[in-house]
Design a protein. Structure first.
Length: 224
């Protein structure tokens, strides 16, 4: 199998991008874009290469994907275009800075506190826990901007996990965060639904999360 990898490169964040082509040949029918990139003098981010960490997120043939989960044999034609994610600042070549996304998650305090009830909300928590924090959902989201307040599905998943597990007495502030970071900004385009490499049922998770964080809270407020 022979493929020409056409890669959008950049020496630094302040330099102009340029296209460079590399010829890649292999007898391995299961070779991925990540397999090819490992042999090239191109800067990119990777870790597990097993579809578990989300580090190798990039745009391949105009579609946001994980390089480790994109088989070259499945890509039509002899040429493959590879570009960095567009919603994040480029550091070098295919390496982008996802700091804004991670900073937003840190601000939202998306981790379990003492007192989390592991017996409740298991189904929603399990689905949300699949999130790789790769940022592919943000790449296709028309409402997400790196410096905006809307956290996208990358924020929705961990918040949904916490809301489903934490006691009502501790979850009040978390619901406010969910409303600001997810509910108020989501246009329900669901562009993220088909792009998630973890196969999260985003539509169902969003409905469940909205119910837990918004509608149930409003019902309680009305009753009080």
């Amino acid at each position: 199998m022979k493929k020409t990898l056409r890669i959008l490169r950049r020496a630094s964040k302040d330099s102009e991008p340029y296209w460079q082509e590399f010829e890649y040949e292999t007898a391995d029918g299961s070779a991925t874009v990540a397999t090819a990139l490992m042999t090239l003098p191109v800067t990119w981010e990777h870790s597990c290469l097993q579809k578990k960490c989300g580090a190798c997120a990039m745009v391949i043939n105009k579609v946001p994907r994980l390089a480790c989960d994109t088989c070259l044999a499945d890509l039509k034609g002899d040429s493959v275009t590879v570009e960095p994610l567009r919603k994040f600042p480029v550091i070098e070549d295919l390496l982008v800075d996802r700091k804004d996304m991670m900073d937003r998650l840190e601000e939202l305090r998306v981790w379990f506190a003492n007192g989390a009830d592991v017996s409740r909300g298991r189904e929603m928590a399990f689905e949300a826990s699949k999130c790789l924090q790769c940022g592919l959902c943000l790449e296709v989201c028309p409402n997400f901007h790196a410096e905006g307040k809307f956290g996208g599905m990358a924020a929705m998943a961990p918040l949904a996990r916490l809301i489903s597990k934490m006691p009502d007495a501790q979850v009040k502030e978390l619901r406010r965060s969910y409303k600001k970071a997810v509910y108020d900004g989501c246009g329900k385009s669901l562009a993220c639904r088909d792009i998630c490499p973890a196969g999260i049922n985003i539509e169902d998770l969003l409905v469940r999360s909205n119910a837990a964080a918004i509608w149930k809270r409003r019902l309680r407020d009305e009753e009080e």
